[in-house]
Design a protein around this ligand. Sequence first.
Ligand SMILES: Cc1cc2nc3c(=O)[nH]c(=O)nc-3n(C[C@H](O)[C@H](O)[C@H](O)COP(=O)(O)OP(=O)(O)OC[C@H]3O[C@@H](n4cnc5c(N)ncnc54)[C@H](O)[C@@H]3O)c2cc1C
Ligand code: SF4
Ligand code: SF4
Length: 439
Amino acid sequence: MQDNNKIKEYDALVIGAGIAGGEAALNLANVGNKVLLVDKELTVGGKMILLSKVFPTLDCAACITTPKVSEIARHSGITTLTSTEASDIIQKDDGTFEALITTQPRYVVVEDCTGCQLCEEACPVNVEDQYQYGLVGRKAAFIPFSIASPRAAAIDIENCTLCGACERACPTHCIDFTQTVEKYTIKCKSVVVATGFQLFDPTLIPRYGFGRFKNVITSMQMERQLAPTRPFNTVLRPSDGKMPDNIAYVLCTGSRDKTVGTPICSQVCCMYSTKQAQLLMGALPMADITLYYLHIRAFGKGFNEFYAQAQSMGVEYVKGKVAKITEKEDGNLILRYEDINTGKVTETEHDMVVLSVGILPNEGITKLFTNRKLELDPFNYVSQSNPLESPAMTTIEGVFVAGVASAPMDIPDSILSAGAASSESANYIRHISKKTLEV
Ligand SMILES: Cc1cc2nc3c(=O)[nH]c(=O)nc-3n(C[C@H](O)[C@H](O)[C@H](O)COP(=O)(O)OP(=O)(O)OC[C@H]3O[C@@H](n4cnc5c(N)ncnc54)[C@H](O)[C@@H]3O)c2cc1C
Ligand code: SF4
Ligand code: SF4
């Protein structure tokens, strides 16, 4: 718990604890800086901790993320605060910063929670599980997922009926309904923005039927079904719990589409869909997998070989523009598409459709800064003021950007970008500290 009356001082504030923010925090702390790492979620790890495997190596995402996450948790130079946001960031005349830190109550004393889940078992309230992207329910007293960090319960107060069953079940008496919002000011010498991305909302393309047809799901929902912390033991279609055997992917859903406000390529969807297709071939050996695409962007090291590997495994790639999806009585789906090679309009039937949703910027980030303007680029990502010479630099001196906050990119590029941001931030901290000593 923080002492509210004392202004805490850090060298760096890192906003967002996904793979980019986590990596930046570790790099900064490893060269002796005192880092405050904040994330608005209940756990660190961002999207990566929720993924299945990673392209093009098919290494397990959790096996890469969890050692980093535990290094962050154990590092004496890093203070990590979850359910926490930074705002009202002011840059002082000497180049340092002040920020307001707001932590929402979790209603559980994290240090005392053993993660036994007895509260979860006792809780009578069922709601949609946001960490499983709505595929299953969770309780109002819940642990986000088994590899969450911290692995501690939280109470979803919006849905809680205050019945007290969790408090009675908890063997360590760590549920505390008296917790309130905590607000305090911190000082720091540099800020790293690593706020990542949001996923495109496919209800904005009503002709694909997401939200109306149960067996139309998003790629993140498929990612969860293939991940080690998956909701079911196998891949199931939502309408009837049947194992699908003819799955279609619609690439570029909400990317490269000016009509929905996302003109650029999301960079990762071709490859994550190709990855999921290969994983599905393993999980459901009898299933047919078809990817409907406009162009395949296999631009990275080993990506084209990965694409060729999927084709040799039997994944079908159809160059076709999907116009409409309709639902049959049995829950199967009819895809109407234009075959780009022949110009013919064709219909095919699948028992599940995965929309390969694109990446969207977190535009709200500009509002966090008060007396200086954090500018956005024409696509609403954090503007890189000198992208060729110093890609981590933003329009505020001392504020650096890491990962997808600056542009769509994959995990290796997010880690590289975090390396650039942390080294620029460490230089700035050194420069500011030297100036302070000289005064
Ligand atoms: C379905 C899918 C599959 C993918 N598969 C792969 C793959 O196989 N291989 C690969 O290389 N890449 C893959 N990617 C891309 C990968 O997820 C990203 O490259 C990576 O997650 C980017 O990390 P990040 O830290 O920049 O952003 P994020 O993971 O989005 O993390 C940002 C963090 O910032 C926090 N945050 C946001 N705003 C605030 C705020 N105001 N205050 C505090 N905290 C905030 C968020 O809660 C989050 O924890 C996939 C993406 C998707 C959607
Ligand atoms: S008090 Fe709230 S969280 Fe606890 S068991 Fe009852 S409904 Fe669930
Ligand atoms: S809050 Fe209590 S009952 Fe729930 S997981 Fe933590 S220790 Fe167990």
